[in-house]
Design a protein around this ligand. Structure first.
Ligand code: 13P
Length: 268
């Protein structure tokens, strides 16, 4: 990410839920010689189990010539601990629903463990919004406060910071409206790589503007999984493995499209 920050491009961080998604994303990175991050969430780990999921990513990453990181996205303290212990490259503790002080308290505990074990950490300041809590409520956008960003980073020893500048997770209900001047303000206050969540549904111009505004990691899930599910729904094929392969190719193309806009092509 530091290399991306210097080079003025962003690394694609794609949420992958199963073997086909992992293969699609690594294949896309291989085709374009792009560095890539595979991300997983606690719900995917629950569905696939940590050991199985990690084994799939490790087997595919070992064959790749490009750098492949394995990152935990939106983890609890416990999930972060388990993934650090299992050897993930990095973890995100999501304290966006906590108070500022609680977020700092748990984030800094995660940081200490991660850094001792050689992993990196991502934390969120503000709330990107669009994620559903266990009780079914959907998070609202809470914009990142640039005035506390430097203090937050210092107190949590954060390696890369997720910012809330108007993106949301999942499908946009109206035109995305990004606050680029807020992004610039945050960028002026802190020097670490910044992370954009909710990368699906944004225009190429949005990506170019946010990357030139300081974003070095872009999270994408919905657009990739939709490419796969659209293919599964419309396939005329009758053979299970062949239908999955078609979906895998569609997801690979969707991931390549993003990587090309992010400028990470040829940067591995
Ligand atoms: P999208 O599903 O909107 O692409 O968001 C992905 C994300 O930010 C995961 O953290």
């Amino acid at each position: 990410l530091l290399k991306a920050q210097k080079g003025g491009y962003a690394v694609g961080a794609f949420n992958a839920e199963n073997m086909e998604m992992v293969k699609a994303i690594i294949q896309a990175a291989e085709e374009l010689k792009a560095p890539v991050m595979i991300q997983t969430t606690p719900s995917t780990i629950k569905y696939g189990t940590l050991e199985t999921y990690q084994a799939i990513v490790a087997a595919e990453a070992a064959k790749a010539s490009v750098p492949v990181c394995l990152h935990l996205d939106h983890g609890s303290y416990e999930a972060c601990y388990k993934c650090i212990d299992a050897g993930f490259s990095s973890v995100m503790f999501d304290g966006s629903r906590l108070s500022y002080e609680e977020n700092i308290e748990i984030s800094s505990r995660v940081s200490k463990i991660a850094h001792q074990m050689g992993a990196h950490v991502e934390f969120e300041l503000g709330s990107v919004g669009g994620l559903e809590a266990e009780d079914g409520t959907v998070d609202e956008i809470k914009y990142t406060d640039p005035m506390v960003a430097a203090e937050f980073l210092e107190r949590t020893d954060c390696d890369f910071l997720a910012v809330s500048i108007g993106t949301v997770h999942g499908t946009y209900k109206s035109e995305p409206n990004l606050n680029l001047s807020l992004l610039r303000e945050i960028r002026n206050k802190v020097s670490c790589p910044l992370v954009l969540h909710g990368g699906s549904g944004l225009s190429n111009e949005d990506f170019r503007n946010t990357i030139s505004g300081g974003i070095s990691k872009i999270n994408v899930y919905t657009d990739i999984v939709h490419a796969g599910t659209d293919c599964l729904r419309t396939s005329k094929c009758q053979v299970y493995a062949d239908i999955l392969l078609q979906a895998e190719s569609a997801m690979c193309r969707a991931a390549m499209d993003k990587m090309m806009v992010f400028g990470s092509q040829g940067c591995a």
